[in-house]
Design a binder for this molecule. Structure first.
Ligand code: 5GP
Length: 148
């Protein structure tokens, strides 16, 4: 996908999202978000477009609309839960499959030799904006530490 195509896809998604989810960024609207579909639910169901990079039975991976590195891919489980906090009460097999898939996506993107970072934001202070559990894969430049 060219830069121009990606820009146009991105502005289309932004317009659609604001139409359906005017309060999507506010964590104060947690209850509202729980009751309604998040943008990632809509991407998974095909109601919102996304630049898909990988998919299997249990995960869906697509490029972040607002990339923070040359490679910025989001990986979501097809079985939805909201936060990393919930991992401890999920079946170990399911979470094992998820993290194994994240590693597979990175390999698929040819990132193994150059390296990459996997980030999971959890809750308000963790900077989680979308209440659908997801992992970020960031790569393509030397990432700094500590994160902001
Ligand atoms: P969080 O802050 O919740 O960990 O990350 C949410 C990520 O989802 C952000 O990096 C944001 O740019 C990305 N995002 C939000 N809405 C969309 C969308 O509609 N499409 C795509 N591809 N990414 C999105």
């Amino acid at each position: 996908m060219s830069r121009l195509q990606w820009k146009s896809l991105r502005s289309r998604v932004e317009r659609t999202r604001h139409q359906y989810e005017p309060g999507y960024r506010s964590l104060d609207q947690k209850e509202w978000l729980k009751m309604h579909k998040t943008v990632f639910d809509k991407i998974l169901s095909g109601d919102l477009p996304a630049d898909r990079v990988y998919e299997d039975d249990s995960v869906f991976a697509f490029r972040d609309i607002n990339p923070q590195a040359p490679v910025h891919v989001l990986v979501i489980p097809k079985t939805k839960f909201a936060r990393f906090t919930e991992i401890s009460s999920r079946p170990a097999e399911e979470t094992g499959r998820f993290f194994s898939a994240v590693s597979k996506v990175a390999t698929f993107l040819n990132l193994d030799s150059s390296g990459y970072r996997v980030v999971i934001n959890n809750g308000r202070d963790g900077g989680q904006a979308v209440e659908y559990f997801h992992a970020h894969i960031l790569a393509g430049r030397k990432l700094t530490w500590p994160p902001g």
